[in-house]
Design a protein. Structure first.
Length: 213
C-alpha cells in the first residue's frame, strides 16, 4: 500500500511504471449520527476501510473525501453535504487525474450509502471517456442484520476504531436497545467482513478486466 500524498512525483511515476496501477479512493460523510456518535463516523470508517483495502491489494491510497452526499440528512444538526452532481464531478475529476498518471484501475470505495449513485455516475462517465480503464464501485457486505442508521453496526465499528468518541449511553430511546449490543469486538468483525468483501469484489473485477485489457 502506498499513500499517494506521501510520495514524490518520481516515486509515483516509478510505482505506476512498475505495475502498481490500481488506486483506492475512499468516500465518507459528515452527518448527524445522533447524540452517541461523532459527525464524522462514516468518514472514520471510510479511512479504515480504504486503508485495509489498499493494503490487501497493494494499491495506491488516496486521502478520504470526508464530505459526501448527505442530502437525506441535510435538515439535521451538524450535517455537511454536497449535491450528488458535485460529488460525481469531484470523483470523476480525481479519477481522471489518476488515469493521466497511468493508473488503470480506480476503485471508488464508499462507506456511506448516499454517495453510491454519484459514484456510479462518475464510474460510467470515466469508463466511457477512457476505454481500457476500470472504475469499480464496490458495495461491501454489512452482514445479514446491519440494523438502523447510527445503530449497532456503526456504534460497534466506532468502538473498534475511535472508542473515545463514542457515548453509547447517550443513544436515543429508539436506538438504545440496539446500541446496548454494540462492542469493539463486534466492530472489528464488521470491519473485517466489509473490507474482505470489498477486496473480493474488486479482485474478481480486476481479474476479469486484465484478461481482456
Amino acid at each position: 500500500m502506498h499513500e499517494i500524498e506521501a510520495l514524490t512525483s518520481e516515486a509515483l511515476r516509478q510505482l505506476v511504471a512498475g505495475g502498481c496501477d490500481t488506486a483506492v479512493v475512499p468516500f465518507g460523510s459528515i452527518e448527524h449520527q445522533g447524540p452517541h456518535l461523532p459527525l464524522g463516523a462514516d468518514a472514520f470508517v471510510a479511512e479504515a476501510v480504504g486503508r485495509g483495502v489498499a493494503e490487501r491489494l497493494g494499491a495506491l491510497l488516496l486521502p478520504v473525501l470526508k464530505i459526501g452526499d448527505a442530502s437525506r440528512h441535510a435538515d439535521r444538526s451538524g450535517t455537511l453535504t454536497v449535491s450528488g452532481g458535485t460529488l460525481a464531478a469531484a470523483a470523476f475529476e480525481i479519477a481522471e487525474s489518476l488515469v493521466r498518471q497511468g493508473v488503470r484501475v480506480v476503485a471508488l470505495v464508499s462507506t456511506h450509502g448516499g454517495n453510491r449513485s454519484a459514484l456510479e455516475d462518475a464510474s460510467a462517465r470515466l469508463e466511457a471517456a477512457h476505454p481500457g480503464v476500470l472504475v469499480p464501485v464496490p458495495r461491501g457486505d454489512l452482514g445479514p442484520d446491519p440494523g438502523r442508521h447510527s445503530g449497532e453496526w456503526l456504534t460497534s465499528t466506532m468502538l473498534a476504531l475511535r472508542p473515545q468518541l463514542v457515548r453509547a449511553g447517550d443513544a436515543p430511546a429508539e436506538l438504545a436497545a440496539e446500541v446496548r449490543n454494540a462492542s469493539a469486538a463486534r466492530g472489528a468483525e464488521h470491519l473485517e467482513r466489509f473490507i474482505a468483501s470489498v477486496v473480493s469484489e474488486l479482485g474478481a473485477a480486476i481479474t476479469r478486466f486484465r484478461q481482456v485489457n
